[in-house]
Write a protein that binds this ligand. Sequence first.
Ligand SMILES: NC(=O)C1=CN([C@@H]2O[C@H](COP(=O)(O)OP(=O)(O)OC[C@H]3O[C@@H](n4cnc5c(N)ncnc54)[C@H](O)[C@@H]3O)[C@@H](O)[C@H]2O)C=CC1
Ligand SMILES: O=C(CO)COP(=O)(O)O
Length: 337
Amino acid sequence: MAFDSSQTVAVLGAGSWGSALAILVSEHFQKVILVGRDPEQIAEINAFHTNRNYLPKIKLPTNIEATTDYNEVAEAALILSVLPTSATREGAEALKKVGIKANVPVVSCAKGIERNTGRRMSEIIAELLPENPIAVLSGPNHAEEVSAKMATCAVVGCSDEELAADLQSVFTANYFRTYTSDDIAGIELGGALKNVFAIAAGIVAGIGLGDNAIAALVTRGLTEMTRLGVALGGRQETFSGLSGIGDLMATCYSPHSRNNRVGKALGSGETLQEATDRLGMVAEGVPNTLSIYEAARKAGIETPLIDAVYQVLYEDKPAQEALVELLTREPKPEHVD
Ligand SMILES: NC(=O)C1=CN([C@@H]2O[C@H](COP(=O)(O)OP(=O)(O)OC[C@H]3O[C@@H](n4cnc5c(N)ncnc54)[C@H](O)[C@@H]3O)[C@@H](O)[C@H]2O)C=CC1
Ligand SMILES: O=C(CO)COP(=O)(O)O
């Protein structure tokens, strides 16, 4: 590994995924700085090495030190951006303000695209920190399982092959295998889009449909993800990889998925407000249904599943009605060139 174990890595975002990644990379670095915004939570992490609201029952290694102070990030040799997508721009602005060094790589680990601009998180970070090398990490990676050291795989995306290999070593443990790719756009778009389909899968379960319906949704979701993802700049093959179908399956079938849980609550008759209030964590598919719906219209791509989730979430369409409309669309061949 080109990074040196005496160095420090900084993780922005002390939620579930930031904490799970801090645990993963703590094996390779002397110190991990975990940057949060809630002083009470920061005090808990430093005093008890726990983060009970996000990862109950998980003990954090003692070389993870939490802070609310972005100035502490200036000493880091590597930075992971694990803030919700709505806060990623703010986080990159804070990094710019504290003056991180130009050669320090920033890896975006969040899943979504920005509203109005349609920008991917790596594009926002590159816009604010044009001198810093940028990479992304994604895959079927529920924080609850990764933090418990339960096996999975991921993909790191970077246009610089050497840095990709160095980062591959950083994101490696005997329970975590990482592949490399140079398709940053495809990796990020798979991660962003699967959250919308996970809400749809939750809705399908919530209204009482069975395994057939969810399998059909995952399959047609992959077709839609690939069609839109390629139009927005990703490569087709990436959507049949870990950050595409891999994460789509993990999120559509897992009880850990916050997006799936929001969908289930909606399908069972709760309002969006009730569903998100009860969750108390980020369900990226909720704001990202808006940004992705906008991006699809701008690109002129047909996205019946995304449109149906948009109508249920933001136009008060009853889930059952959206489902019947989807099923009774004009018949067509399964594969269209
Ligand atoms: N939880 C998971 O299993 C995984 C999550 N992700 C992605 O990672 C990103 C972060 O998600 P989680 O850690 O799961 O969310 P979370 O809901 O567990 O935690 C979010 C954290 O960000 C903080 N936060 C919220 N707004 C903020 C702001 N404006 N400024 C600074 N901090 C702010 C919250 O206080 C909280 O500590 C999302 O894009 C998500 O899709 C990716 C892979 C796995
Ligand atoms: O991205 C994830 C797993 O790979 C987490 O999904 P949720 O945000 O739906 O929990």
